[in-house]
Design a protein around this ligand. Structure first.
Ligand SMILES: [Ca+2]
Ligand SMILES: [Ca+2]
Length: 135
């Protein structure tokens, strides 16, 4: 009986861990939230690179990236294959949505990511959080 309960407990723990993992579509490759020099004058020196660890191709159209404040970026149509990376830059530039590596430019007029603490969240088009990272 004791063994059965223990096994059950193990199963629940494993199940829980799997569910958490399934919700996380990305891993953080690099987060350069403190750009070299003055962030406001080096906005593309501020960037975050994420890797698709979902095991399948993700279409990022209408997925939303937010910080802990009021900034929000709606992603364009990008088919990100498994294990491929995407970099999101704070400043202006031309998005690379079909080539490689994938790049998206937020077009924000100032530095975006706080240098001390902030939180990045990615939600899919259904509004479900698929990745978040706080520092
Ligand atoms: Ca910054
Ligand atoms: Ca800086």
């Amino acid at each position: 009986m004791k063994t059965t309960l223990l096994l059950l407990a193990c199963c629940f723990i494993l199940l829980g861990a799997t569910q958490v993992h399934a919700a996380t579509k990305f891993s953080l490759v690099e987060f350069k939230y403190d750009a070299d020099g003055n962030d406001n004058y080096n906005r593309n020196g501020e960037y975050v690179t994420l890797k698709n660890i979902s095991g399948k191709t993700l279409n990022l159209k209408n997925w939303i990236v937010t910080d802990n404040g009021s900034h929000s970026l709606t992603l364009p149509e990008i088919k990100l294959k498994k294990n491929k990376k995407i970099t999101i830059y704070t400043g202006e530039g031309t998005n690379v949505t079909t080539g490689s590596p994938k790049k998206v430019y937020w077009g924000n007029g100032w530095g975006l990511w706080n240098n001390d603490h902030d939180k990045l969240t990615v939600k899919n088009k259904k509004g479900k959080t698929v990745f978040s990272y706080a520092y």
